[in-house]
Each structure stands twice: as structure tokens, then as C-alpha cells.
Design a protein around this ligand. Structure first.
Ligand SMILES: NC(=O)c1ccc[n+]([C@@H]2O[C@H](COP(=O)([O-])OP(=O)(O)OC[C@H]3O[C@@H](n4cnc5c(N)ncnc54)[C@H](O)[C@@H]3O)[C@@H](O)[C@H]2O)c1
Length: 430
């Protein structure tokens, strides 16, 4: 067993993933938390985590030196990289943050150091792309002077049950000795234990297919939702009936946004296409999931046109803008697709979200969120994101937002209780 306390850990990138990782290690030893975002560093020094994943008490209980100073990083010999891996406008991997973080680490790398990547990538990225940058910056040789590991992250922001400590951690490395050290280091903080993958490429692939599988299963549900509408069948009634079979998988239709499920499959398809095989099923599923915002908006407009009001007099309230419930994360939210599509019509759109930061929404999407008390009575309400606040208030909230108990309601995640639907409400679900 390697003595974990002898490793000096740094975490590079303190976002939704990196911060909980840093806090877990910071509970058992002194570590360095590095981020290029100086505002993020000063917030964390003040005990504030804007992502809502870590409390002030947890921050102050952990021994983390928060810094944007490269020099501090040189004190570490076990670097964990958890920076974003988004896609660009052509839906291709954008490795800029990952390579730039590798450049940073490369500048402080010493003989014997270990660099473990946690960011989601395509198979081969760690040993090809990242190692190359580390070698150039450090003048050292990968696998001889310094060593690579890869440990994909399965954290589920907003989920207090599946956390860094309670989720089994896949670990991998470029040789047996490094693998043992990486396994020991993570075992010291992950209660659920570690799984040693056969290779770095295997661990990279495992992460990316976990999300690809989810994406595809949801795509199937979305396709079913579209075709069942043509048949005038409620999708959830069908799913409930089918779920009585022992091996029917409990997936549901919905918007697939965020920076994981809707993004990671493109890493896999990019690499595969580069190597000469263009995936068909995966890309087809992506296409369906990416089209759902437009589908919902078009279907709402069709239904509004059947009503007595002229379309330019219609007010639509959208509840929720974040990419999923109970988190402030608005990256790659698909609610924006609904808004963009609706904006092609002369309707008034008002968006309310108690979890999102209105400044972030304005900066990212040029959209002004409306305060709850300023919401005009609406002709239609789209319950886009099932935040706890919306679930708790249920139909009472919806009725309050509509013109005297009348209007169209789109319950995208089918969370409203159909058995107590108020009169004069026309309910649509996926
Ligand atoms: N958020 C999730 O649900 C989740 C779950 C599993 C895996 N992942 C993966 O984990 C990785 C990180 O995702 P995230 O959600 O934590 O991202 P994030 O955007 O929340 O945080 C990334 C942090 O890295 C910092 N950063 C960016 N470039 C940097 C650089 N060059 N050097 C130092 N810091 C830098 C940013 O300032 C930010 O604070 C991604 O690969 C993502 O796919 C995310």
C-alpha cells in the first residue's frame, strides 16, 4: 500500500467536478486547488461555492490552498485535472481547456510526478493529446519521467445521494505501479471503492459510453413520444404498462441538455469518424434529442393557433431555464431551443427560474429572466424544468400563472398529477 499522505495533491479546475474532488482530499490532507478563474478562487476563499455543490462549512473544514498562481502548483506531485471538455459549434471536441491545463501542469512537472485526468474525453486523448503537451512543456518523457492516470468522474450535480464518495471510481494508469498509486490515492477518499480498468483507453471509453447509452435510451423515448402523439396515446401510460415487465428499462422522454449526456457522445463519434467509421445509431439518437426543443415549441404553437386568441396576443410562461432540476447550471440548456423556436412567432415569452443566476442567463443567452411577482398572466405555461419549488406548489402554481384557470400546459417531464388537473386546462406531456 502506498502512503497516500506522502503524495501532495493538486486539483486543476474547481468547477462542478473539481471542487467536490478537492474538498474530499482536503478533508484528509493539505492540498492545492488551482483555477484560472480568479473570481472563482476569491469566492472559494470567501467560503462561497456558486455551483451549490459544496457548503461553506465543508469548504472551511477542508485544507485547500485556493490559488491561480502557477508557482503554488509546483509543490504538488499528484495532479488531478478536472477542466471542461465542451464541443464547438460544429459539435466537435473542443480540447482547448484540457490542453491549456496540460500546459499549466507541464510547466511545473517534476520527475516522478503523476497526472490524472478526470475530464471526459474520447479514447486516446490522455495518452496522445495531453501527454504530448506535458512532454513539450516539461521536457520530460511520459511513462519514464512522469506518469499518466485517468479516472473518469461520475458526479451528478444536485444529487446528494450519488456523490464523489459514494460512487465507485474507475481508475486507470499507463503502468501497474502508477495504477496502484492512483488506486490507493482515490481509495483513501472514495468510500465506494475503486475499479481498476484494463487501460487508460478503456477507462476513457467506459465513461463516454455510460453517457452515450443514456443519451440513446432517452432518444428512443423521445422518438416514441413523437410517434405516440400521432396515435393519440400518452407516452407515460405506455411506459408504465411496459415497465411491468421485469427487463423493461425505465427511461423517460425529455430535453437532453447540459455538458455531459448531450456532449460526450460527440467525443466518441468524432474519434470514430476520424478512424474511418461513422457511427449511425449514436448520431441518429443525438439528432432526435437535439430536435426536441423545436418539436415542443412547434407543437405548442399549433395548439395555440387552435384557440380563440390571435397569436400576437399570446403570453407564454416558461418555468425553468437550467439544463436540469435543482442546479444553477445553464450550460447547453435545451430550454433555449424552445425559446428560440417560439421567438419566430409574435408571442410574448417570459421565463422564470428560481435556481438560475439571472446575470449568467443574461450573459450567456442575452435573455432577461422575469421575477416571479412580475409574471403576467399567461395563455400557456411550459413546465420545462421540474425544480423542487415547482413540484411542491404543483397545480396551484400553474393555475396562479394562467388566466383564470384557463390555458395550455406543457408538462415536459410529466410531473403534474393528472388526476387533479384543474378544469379548463389543456394538458400536454411528452
Ligand atoms: N458537471 C458534471 O455533471 C460532470 C459529471 C461528470 C464528468 N464531468 C466532466 O468533468 C469535466 C469538468 O466539468 P465541470 O462540470 O466540473 O466543468 P466546470 O465548467 O464546472 O468547471 C471547470 C473549471 O475549470 C476551470 N478551468 C477551465 N480551464 C482551466 C485551465 N486551463 N486551468 C485551470 N482551470 C481551468 C474553470 O474556470 C472552471 O472553474 C468535464 O470534462 C465534464 O465533462 C462533468
Amino acid at each position: 500500500m502506498n502512503d497516500v499522505n506522502k503524495r501532495n495533491i493538486s486539483v486543476i479546475g474547481l468547477g462542478y467536478v473539481g471542487l467536490p474532488v478537492a474538498v474530499a482530499f482536503g478533508e484528509i490532507s493539505n492540498i492545492i486547488g488551482f483555477d484560472i478563474n480568479e473570481k472563482r478562487i476569491s469566492d472559494l476563499k470567501d467560503g462561497v461555492d456558486k455551483t451549490g455543490e459544496v457548503s461553506s462549512a465543508e469548504l472551511s473544514a477542508s485544507n485547500i490552498i485556493f490559488t491561480s498562481d502557477l508557482n503554488e502548483l509546483s509543490n504538488a506531485d499528484f495532479h488531478i485535472v478536472a477542466v471542461p471538455t465542451p464541443i464547438d459549434n460544429d459539435k466537435k471536441p473542443d480540447l482547448i481547456p484540457l490542453l491549456s491545463a496540460s500546459k499549466t501542469v507541464g510547466q511545473v512537472l517534476k520527475k516522478g510526478d503523476i497526472v490524472v485526468y478526470e475530464s471526459t474525453v474520447y479514447p486516446g486523448a490522455t495518452e496522445d493529446e495531453c501527454a504530448a503537451v506535458l512532454e513539450v512543456e516539461s521536457g520530460l518523457i511520459s511513462g519514464k519521467d512522469f506518469f499518466l492516470g485517468y479516472s473518469p468522474e461520475r458526479i451528478n450535480p444536485g444529487d446528494k445521494k450519488h456523490t464523489f464518495k459514494t460512487i465507485k471510481k474507475v481508475v486507470s494508469a499507463q503502468d501497474e505501479n502508477t495504477l496502484q498509486i492512483v488506486a490507493d490515492v482515490y481509495s483513501s477518499v472514495v468510500d465506494a471503492g475503486v475499479y481498476k480498468a484494463a487501460s487508460i483507453k478503456v477507462a476513457e471509453a467506459a465513461k463516454v459510453i455510460e453517457n452515450t447509452q443514456r443519451d440513446l435510451n432517452i432518444a428512443l423515448m423521445n422518438e416514441l413520444a413523437v410517434l405516440f402523439r400521432h396515435m393519440d396515446i400518452d407516452t407515460h401510460d405506455v411506459l408504465e404498462a411496459a415497465a411491468t415487465k421485469w427487463n423493461f428499462l425505465p427511461f423517460e422522454p425529455g430535453l437532453v441538455g447540459g455538458h455531459c449526456i448531450g456532449v460526450d457522445p460527440y467525443y466518441l463519434t468524432y474519434k470514430s469518424t476520424l478512424l474511418g467509421y461513422k457511427p449511425q445509431v449514436i448520431l441518429s439518437g443525438r439528432k432526435i434529442n437535439d430536435s426536441m426543443g423545436k418539436y415542443i415549441a412547434e407543437s405548442l404553437i399549433d395548439n395555440l393557433k387552435k384557440g380563440s386568441k390571435k397569436i400576437d396576443e399570446v403570453v407564454i410562461t416558461i418555468l425553468g431555464i437550467t439544463f436540469k432540476e435543482n442546479v444553477p447550471d445553464i450550460r447547453n440548456t435545451k430550454v433555449i431551443d424552445i425559446i428560440c423556436e417560439l421567438s419566430n412567432f409574435p408571442v410574448t415569452i417570459q421565463v422564470y427560474d428560481p435556481c438560475a443566476d439571472s446575470m449568467d442567463v443574461r450573459d450567456e443567452y442575452k435573455l432577461k429572466l422575469v421575477e416571479f411577482n412580475d409574471l403576467e398572466k399567461a395563455d400557456a405555461v411550459i413546465l420545462a424544468v421540474p425544480h423542487k419549488e415547482f413540484l411542491e406548489k404543483g397545480w396551484k402554481l400553474i393555475s396562479e400563472l394562467l388566466h383564470v384557470n384557463e390555458g395550455i400546459v406543457y408538462d415536459i417531464k410529466s410531473i403534474l398529477d393528472r388526476s387533479i388537473i384543474p378544469e379548463n386546462i389543456n394538458l400536454f406531456r411528452l
